[in-house]
Structures are given as C-alpha cells and as structure tokens.
Ligand binder design. Structure first.
Ligand code: FE2
Ligand code: FE2
Length: 291
C-alpha cells in the first residue's frame, strides 16, 4: 500500500502537538527515593552516566544544527528551540542528578563542535550541499532518537525488575514518552525530502558516501572512549544478544530512504559495524582492566 505523502503541514502540526502534549519535565516532579542505590549503581550506573552525558550534549547538537542548516525554517526552529532542546536538557539534568544520588560523579558533556561538522557546515553554504547536509542531519536525528527509545525501554524494564518504582515511574517513563515524538519528527522530515525528490542522484550518492564514512552511534562523538562506553551500555542492557536485530531496529528507516537501490537491505552494514566496534572496544577495556 503506498504510504501517505508527508506534507510540511503535517510536520508542523506534529511539532505543535509535541509542544502541547509534553512540557519539559520539571526537576521537582521526580520522586528521588531509591530502594537500593548500590544495586542500581552496580547494574546501571554507567548506563545512566552515559545517557545523562548524551542528553546534556543537546546544547552542542543545537550548535551543530545551526552550523549545518543555513536557513532554518519555522517548523525546524520551533522544534529545536521550543520542543526538543527544552525537553532534552531536562532529561539530562534529571539523569545527572540521579547519577549523583547514586554516588557517581556528575556528567561532563562534550560541548565542542567537531572539526568535521565545521567543514561540512562551510561546504553547506553551497546550496546543493545544503540539501545533502539537511538529509544527513535528519537521518542522524532519527537514528539517535531511535537508539534512545530502545535504551529507555530496556532500562525501564531493568528498573522495574529491581523494584525501583520511583526511578521507573517518575524518571524513565516520562523521559521515554518524549523520545518517540522526536524520532517521528526526524523520520517525517527525512521521508518528505526523499518522497518529494529534493535530491538529485549525485546528491543521494554523496549522502550515502558521507553517511557510510561518518556514521556514529548515539553519543560516541567518533571517539574510542565513548565507543567503549557505548559498548558497555549495549552489554548492560542485553542488546548484544542480538546485535543484528538491534541494527535492524535502528537502521530500517535509512535502509529504506537512502539505500532503496540495494534491494532487500534491512539495515546499512555500517550500523552493525559500529555496534560491533563498540562492543569490541568495551571488551578490550575489560580485558585491560582485568590484567
Ligand atoms: Fe532525551
Ligand atoms: Fe530525544
């Protein structure tokens, strides 16, 4: 069945609805009671550290998008300025306080825009490259938000298993309710670009090459230490039992939009490669620490 076309009007309505449905979560709405802090810290301490840092890096993500997108239209501006950034920063602050309640050190977000983004931003002054940058920005957003949804689902199940009702009900559940709407925004935006044929074949080719060369899992910032941390998160959440399944969940959208020329591709291979690399780096770190 053909998919309904996605209009700019639909995207604008989605953004407006998100703003109305999900005000940023207030810090004082959180019940800070923890039944067994050391059990939570042992099992999920480093996962919460990771997520807190990544959520707090939203401010760098805003700088990156301003660097990449030259003329941000009203819908995009409303999304990042009024909906997304205010929601994500609260996720970060709440998780950062949780990690400190668990006796761990405060997050140190990496807030510097990378050289690669600056270069792409400079090239994006050329309008054909601007369209490529915009598509990559939406695909990156969709991929990272999808990973957030999956991580929060797993961590919520884990907290419930530990009987940590307050963490589950007043931290993870409200956060995880806000992530799918972010994913949907990026998904709709990327889909609209492809469906409207905004990119010529050479631009799509360039988008594929750049994506293949620069794909990063959420929060890894192309750095080995964060990649190893991400491997730790994957393993703590049990996602390493089926990395291909996880790659499929994360990569389905861009397989469809970017790699439609490769019949039957379920997910782009670079996603599974990035997952394996993270798990390997984490295991290497464990081995090093054990010596
Ligand atoms: Fe978030
Ligand atoms: Fe999000």
């Amino acid at each position: 069945m053909p998919r309904q076309p996605i209009t700019q009007q639909k995207i604008a309505e989605h953004v407006q609805r998100l703003g109305e449905l999900y005000p940023p979560i207030a810090l004082d709405s959180v019940d800070r009671s923890i039944k067994n802090p050391s059990a939570v810290a042992d099992k999920y301490g480093h996962v919460i550290d990771y997520l807190a840092r990544v959520e707090l890096e939203v401010d760098r993500n805003v700088l990156e998008l301003l660097c990449l997108l030259l003329d941000v239209d009203d819908t995009n501006k409303t999304f990042y300025a009024d909906v997304w950034q205010p929601q994500e920063i609260q996720h970060g602050l709440i998780l950062d306080r949780l990690q400190q309640d668990l006796g761990r050190t405060a997050a140190e977000p990496h807030l510097e825009v990378s050289f690669k983004i600056k270069i792409l931003g400079a090239l994006a002054n050329l309008s054909p490259i601007q369209d490529v940058a915009r598509l990559l920005y939406f695909l990156t957003g969709a991929s990272t938000e999808r990973q957030a949804v999956l991580a929060y689902n797993q961590i919520n199940a884990g907290m419930q298993e530990l009987g940590e009702v307050a963490i589950s009900e007043t931290i993870i559940t409200p956060i995880k309710q806000q992530e799918p709407g972010h994913f949907a925004f990026y998904q709709m935006s990327a889909t609209a670009m492809i469906q409207d044929g905004e990119l010529k074949p050479w631009q799509l080719y360039l988008a594929r090459v750049l994506r293949e060369k620069s794909y990063n899992l959420v929060g890894t910032n192309a750095m080995d230490r964060y990649k190893a941390d991400m491997g730790g998160l994957i393993s703590a959440l049990g996602l390493d039992a089926d990395l291909e399944g996880y790659a499929r969940e994360v990569g389905r959208l861009e397989a469809r939009l970017l790699w439609a020329n490769q019949n039957g591709m379920e997910f782009p291979p670079y996603i599974l490669k990035a997952l394996r690399e993270s798990v390997d780096l984490y295991e290497e770190r464990l081995t090093r620490e054990a010596v």
